[in-house]
Design a binder for this molecule. Structure first.
Ligand code: SAM
Ligand code: SF4
Length: 331
C-alpha cells in the first residue's frame, strides 16, 4: 500500500535517536457533556462544525497507515468520545486493523453504563474513567453540574464485564486531600487502578484552578494509610508510577507531568478531532493531515514520520504553549 513512500522503508516509527513510537491517541470529538474546571472555561468553548471533524472513514484510514508504520496501541478520547454517535462502531473498525493490538477508551463515564456492552463486543479491552471526586457535591462542583451516580454505575459495569485494567483518573484539585481515604478504599477493594494526575496548565482560558497540588504532597499523605510499595505498571502503564497497599486488589498511580517530565520516553502521537497531528502536549505545533488522509497513503506516512522526527526529547525549560484546551486535544 505504501510502496510509493521513500521514507517508509523502515516500518517502525522512530525519531532520530531511535525512540520507538507505538502509541496513538485519537480524539473523535471536541464536544463534551461536562465542563470540568481544569479543562474548560466556564463559558464553554465554541465547538467545531460537523464538517470540520474527521469522519470515521477518515479516522480509520489514518489509523491504518499509522498501524502500518508500527503504531500498535490506540486510545480513543475526546472531548467526550461517547457523545459522538456510533463510537462503538468506530471502535470495531479500529480493532480490526492489522497491527493494532491494544484498543482503549478514555471517558468521563457519564454514558458508559449504556455503552459498555457494545464497547466490549467491539474489541475495547481497557477503559480509563475520569473520576475526580467520589463525593456527589464536590464532583458536581468540579464538573460544573454533572452527577456522580451514572459515572459510578459505568465504573461498576466495566468491572462486571471484565474490562482490564480499569483505571480511574483523578486530577488533583483543591479538596482532594479530604477524599484520599475513599480513593484508597476503591483501590483496595476493587481491581481498579486509581491515578492521581497533576493539573497541567494547558490552554490559556482555564481559570477554575487556584492551586497546583504536586504529587509529593498526596503521596506523603497516602503513606499514612498503610504500607504503600512501588510496583510495576498494569498493561498500558504509560508515564504513570504505581504503588500498591499490601493485600489491595488495585493500585495507586501518579501522572506527574509537571513535577516529573517524561519527555525522554514519551512514545505518543495525537490526532485531534479536526485532523491535526500533534507530537507533544506542551507544544502548539501541529500538522493538518486531513488533506493527506484523503490523498496518497504514502504521502500521509511521510508526514507522520516527519512529525515524529521533530518530537523533542526534553521540554523541561519550556512553558506549555498550547492554545488549544485539553478537550480540544484529547488529554
Ligand atoms: N472526556 C474524557 C475524560 O474526561 O476522560 C476524555 C477527554 S479528557 C480531555 C482526557 C483526560 O485529560 C481526562 O482524564 C482529564 O482528567 C484530563 N485532563 C483534562 N484537562 C487536564 C488538565 N488541565 N491537566 C491534567 N489533566 C487534564
Ligand atoms: Fe469533558 Fe473530559 Fe474535559 Fe471534563 S476532562 S470537560 S469530561 S473533555
Amino acid at each position: 500500500m505504501l510502496a510509493s513512500s521513500r521514507k517508509t522503508r523502515n516500518r517502525k516509527i522512530c525519531s532520530r535517536k531511535r525512540r520507538v513510537i507505538d502509541y496513538l491517541r485519537i480524539s473523535i470529538t471536541d464536544r463534551c457533556n461536562f465542563r470540568c474546571l481544569y479543562c474548560m472555561p466556564p463559558e464553554g468553548i465554541g465547538f467545531k462544525a460537523h464538517e470540520e471533524i474527521l469522519s470515521y472513514e477518515e479516522i480509520d484510514r489514518f489509523a491504518k497507515v499509522a498501524a502500518w508504520l508500527g503504531i500498535s496501541r490506540v486510545r480513543v478520547t475526546g472531548g467526550e468520545p461517547l457523545v459522538r454517535r456510533g463510537c462503538p462502531e468506530l471502535m470495531k473498525r479500529l480493532a480490526m486493523i492489522p497491527g493494532i493490538k491494544d484498543l482503549s477508551l478514555t471517558t468521563n463515564g457519564a454514558l458508559l453504563e449504556g455503552y459498555a456492552d457494545e464497547l466490549k463486543k467491539a474489541g475495547v479491552s481497557r477503559v480509563n474513567i475520569s473520576l475526580d471526586s467520589l463525593q456527589a457535591g464536590r464532583f458536581s462542583q468540579i464538573t460544573r453540574g454533572a452527577s456522580l451516580a451514572p459515572v459510578l454505575a459505568g465504573l461498576e459495569k466495566t468491572l462486571q464485564l471484565g474490562f482490564s485494567p480499569v483505571k480511574v483518573n483523578a486530577v488533583m484539585t483543591e479538596g482532594i486531600e479530604q477524599e484520599l481515604h475513599d480513593f484508597v478504599a476503591l483501590a483496595q477493594e476493587w481491581p481498579v487502578h486509581v491515578r492521581f494526575i497533576e493539573f497541567m496548565p494547558i490552554g490559556n482560558r482555564i481559570r477554575g484552578i487556584r492551586k497546583f497540588i504536586p504529587r509529593e504532597k498526596i503521596l506523603d499523605r497516602l503513606h499514612g494509610f498503610g504500607n504503600l510499595r512501588p510496583v510495576g505498571s498494569p498493561p498500558g502503564g504509560g508515564p504513570a508510577r504505581y504503588f500498591r497497599y499490601a493485600g489491595a486488589q488495585g493500585t495507586i498511580g501518579f501522572i506527574s507531568s509537571v513535577s516529573d517530565h517524561f519527555c525522554h520516553d514519551c512514545n505518543r502521537l495525537r490526532l485531534t478531532a479536526d485532523g491535526k497531528l500533534r507530537n507533544c502536549l506542551f507544544s502548539s505545533a501541529e500538522v493538518d493531515v486531513r488533506p493527506y488522509i484523503n490523498r496518497d497513503p504514502g504521502e500521509l506516512a511521510g508526514v507522520i514520520i516527519d512529525s515524529m522526527n521533530s518530537k523533542k526529547f526534553d521540554r523541561r525549560q519550556e512553558k506549555p504553549a498550547s492554545e488549544r484546551l485539553m478537550s480540544q486535544i484529547g488529554g
